[in-house]
Design a protein around this ligand. Structure first.
Ligand code: PHE
Length: 343
């Protein structure tokens, strides 16, 4: 009956059942269809009466079917939303990676260096990349008109601040911060990113990495500096690699030195830069200047110290024989994958 079909349509819960009800109520074999076909056999004056009854029944069944369809649609949508909410990967197409990930060459070199210094008894510390002029220059005895302070060499962030703010141009301001902690002795290394307004080329990128070493204790001499550099050189590069110091000038050390390592480390094509002397320059070093100790709140009459610093990217460039340093910040997967697993 029409009434029975309407009642079933009000509670129907799946599409197959709905299709069956529709077939039974409105299909060619349904009572309504049979009734509709019989109209033509009636007397002409009776036809409109039955016709209207059939049309009304068909209309109410059709709208009940549409309502049931809408209800099923809504229920399905809700169910899908529920399913997808509990599975965040639905809809994401993820390309599988080829093999395990790899740390960046510079990160690996930094960690290897930290490890070497850690085993020599140094702590690993850090300092801010945004420094002010006092920490980056003034406290390090870099005078006002020193060429290193020229705006074209540094990235200034706020020239109106006092002191002005800039991105640190070296890790040496960390020396002052270590001394200001007020605890002695200091045996520390500070790796980190530094910034200079260099035009990028095969040997320069505007952002690069340095590692700073600082020792302050009673009775620290230049021999300790030389011994520490030699110990780190052999520990990092291997027993056949040695270091030597050459006179140099830095405002924050006195005396100052450049340190070089035997250039066999660059191997193959990467050795070109040091052919001739057999040595390649790695970084700067020296005994901490008395004015720098004072700026750090220490008494140069009681303690002494040494410091050295060098570029990690340059080290990586030598070690892997990279012709162009600019590949390092580019994060080219082919390079990262090629050197995966090496220290
Ligand atoms: N800060 C110097 C530079 O960036 C390196 C250095 C560190 C020199 C410590 C002496 C002592 O070139």
């Amino acid at each position: 009956s029409v009434q029975g079909a309407l009642e079933r349509l009000a509670t129907v819960a799946d599409r197959d059942e709905l299709a069956a009800i529709r077939e039974a109520a409105l299909g060619p074999q349904s009572p309504l269809a049979v009734l509709s076909r019989s109209i033509r056999n009636l007397d002409p004056e009776e036809r409109p009466v039955l016709g209207r009854v059939v049309a009304e029944a068909r209309a109410s069944l059709t709208s009940a079917i549409e309502a049931a369809e809408a209800r099923l649609d809504a229920a399905e949508l809700l169910e899908r939303a529920e399913r997808e909410r509990s599975d965040p990967s639905v809809g994401l197409l993820v390309e599988p990676l080829e093999g395990p990930g790899a740390r960046h060459l510079v990160a690996r070199a930094r960690m290897a260096l930290e490890d070497v210094f850690w085993r020599l008894g140094f702590e690993v510390a850090s300092g801010p990349e945004v420094e002010d002029e006092w920490f980056n220059f003034e406290a390090l005895n870099v005078p006002e008109h020193h060429p290193a302070r020229a705006a074209q060499d540094s990235f200034y962030l706020d020239v109106d601040a006092s002191p002005p703010l800039l991105l640190r141009t070296h890790t040496s301001p960390a020396q002052i911060r270590l001394m200001q902690r007020g605890t002695l002795p200091i045996y520390a290394v500070v790796p980190g990113r530094v910034y200079r307004r260099d035009t990028p080329d095969a040997r320069h990128t505007p952002a690069f990495h340095q590692i700073e070493a600082l020792v302050v204790d009673e009775g620290i001499t230049f021999s300790h500096l030389k011994g520490t550099i030699e110990a780190f050189t052999t520990a990092y590069f291997g027993p056949g690699i040695h270091s030597r110091l050459r006179p140099a000038y830095f405002p924050f050390t006195e005396p100052s030195a450049e340190f070089e390592v035997t250039c066999t480390i660059c191997g193959g094509a990467g050795c070109r830069t040091c052919s001739g002397t057999g040595w390649i320059e790695l970084g700067g070093a020296g005994m901490v200047h008395a004015r720098v100790l004072e700026a750090g709140g220490l008494d140069p009459g009681r303690v002494s110290g040494f410091a050295f610093g060098f570029g990690i990217d340059r080290l990586v460039q030598m070690r892997y024989g990279l012709a162009d340093m600019r590949v390092l910040p580019e994060n080219d997967l082919r390079l990262l994958v090629r050197t995966r697993g090496e220290v």
